[in-house]
Design a protein around this ligand. Structure first.
Ligand code: PGU
Length: 407
């Protein structure tokens, strides 16, 4: 028999979202006629827009012709697509603050988060926001970078948990944070919906530079920022090129959760303590563990990042943000305090004094609405439930009506 990987054994529970799926299934076994509405996992529901579908179709058709066929990206034609895509990401997404050769295109930001663990190995120390997207902690546990699980504190000994609560506007108090090698930051934030301001990110960059740390900035929801003056990328902040990596994705803004396309930016200035380039090592990791994003998805992304594609993306984002407003107003109308939902597709709803899994169960059984319990994102998420604005507006309205009738 093979010995179980002890790091995987340290994970206390299953991955959050499949666990929610199990609870959904259990309810449906008891009540097969229940019409569940999912405001749980942040999964897009709106069909791809016309221009993007044309882009995808164009490539699929070409793949069936001798002259248009492409395989791995070592052939000239495949390289040319990739170059075109990187140049669009650089110009149309980042306004040229990032150069195309600093972008590595991938199949999404979650897989990139996974491969980043290979880049840094198990000897790094890690800080996360608490609450946080569970991949940062679970992935760190899997590679053995977190030390032992402490059942008294319900935390891993070697992780620096930076509490993000309404008292600090859901941004870590860096004056209290310990120095770590890596600092995971997500803005707009999953799950709290908070967006870091320029001042907060300046403070973060200064902190990272002072401590020679690397920030891993998850910008998967940048397109949902509506208010002017809020930073969409860590690289809008002076000094970030020497201390940050950014992961991003078309999953949420363009509805690519199933198509799969994202990217990671590693600036040329980012170096390890021995002076070696982080970007060069990242290329090495990706060259070994990844074989390029699907050429079909790349064509979809090229279309998505054109002028027409980007205006279609804005429409989708506005659609989901209308949903966010309906949820937020509905909850507030019930006297439930909410955060987020203005520059992010998540509404973080407070249920003080209650266990978030209990609130999750209550909403599931009484209203047949699926949410995500805050405790699944970390200890500071206890007492909160996350509502996702991804869904059909008619379902969102129905869900809010059921909450009003049943809570
Ligand atoms: N980063 C953040 C902060 C996310 O919230 C998500 C998805 C991703 C990355 C993943 O993006 P991809 O580019 O599609 O890989 N979060 C969703 C889905 C759950 C999950 O397991 O990824 C959510 O509901 O939180």
């Amino acid at each position: 028999m093979v010995k179980r990987n002890e790091n995987i054994a340290k994970l206390q529970a299953g991955y959050l979202f499949p666990e929610i799926g199990r609870r959904k299934k259990a309810l449906l076994e008891k009540e097969p006629d229940a019409k569940l509405i999912s405001l749980g996992i942040g999964n897009t529901t709106e069909p791809l827009s016309t221009h993007i579908v044309e882009g995808l179709n164009k490539e699929v058709t070409k793949l069936g012709t001798p002259e248009g066929y492409t395989g791995y990206d070592d052939d000239a034609q495949a390289q040319a697509f990739l170059d075109k895509l990187k140049s669009r990401i650089s110009k149309n997404w980042y306004n040229d603050i990032i150069s195309p050769d600093e972008i590595i295109v991938s199949d999404g930001s979650k897989p990139d988060c996974g491969r980043l663990f290979f880049l840094f190995g198990s000897d790094v120390s890690i800080a996360v926001q608490d609450p946080a997207y569970p991949v940062y902690v679970d992935g760190s546990v899997m590679i053995g970078a977190t030390g032992k699980y402490n059942s008294d504190t319900e935390e891993f000994n070697d992780i620096e948990y930076m509490r993000c609560t309404s008292e600090n506007d859901f941004f870590p108090d860096l004056s209290k944070a310990k120095r770590t090698d890596l600092i995971y930051i997500c803005s707009p934030n999953n799950p709290t919906g908070a967006v870091a301001t320029k001042e907060q990110l300046k403070e973060l960059v200064n902190f990272a530079k002072k401590n020679s740390s690397i920030i891993i900035f998850d910008a998967a929801y940048s397109e949902f920022i509506k208010e002017k003056g809020l930073p969409r990328s860590i690289f809008e902040i002076e000094g970030a090129r020497e201390c940050a990596i950014e992961v991003s994705s078309l999953s949420k803004p363009a509805g690519f959760t199933g198509v799969r396309l994202g990217w990671t930016i590693v600036p040329k200035e980012l170096k390890f303590d021995d002076g070696e380039s982080v970007g060069k090592d990242w290329q090495r990791v990706m060259g070994t563990l990844f074989n390029g994003s699907s050429n079909i998805a790349q064509w979809g992304a090229i279309a998505a990042l054109s002028e027409t594609g980007l205006s279609e993306i804005k429409e989708k984002v506005n659609y989901y943000m209308e949903n966010a407003k309906i949820i937020k107003d509905g909850l507030e109308g019930l006297g439930i305090k909410t955060f987020g939902g203005v520059n992010s597709p998540y509404i973080w709803a407070a249920f003080p004094g209650k266990k978030s899994w209990d609130v999750f169960e209550e909403i599931l059984t009484k209203a047949h609405v699926v949410t995500t319990p805050g405790a699944g994102f970390g200890k500071a998420g206890e007492g909160f439930v996350r509502f996702s604005a991804f869904g059909k507006t008619s379902d969102i309205k129905e869900a809010v009506k059921r909450l009003q009738e049943n809570l």
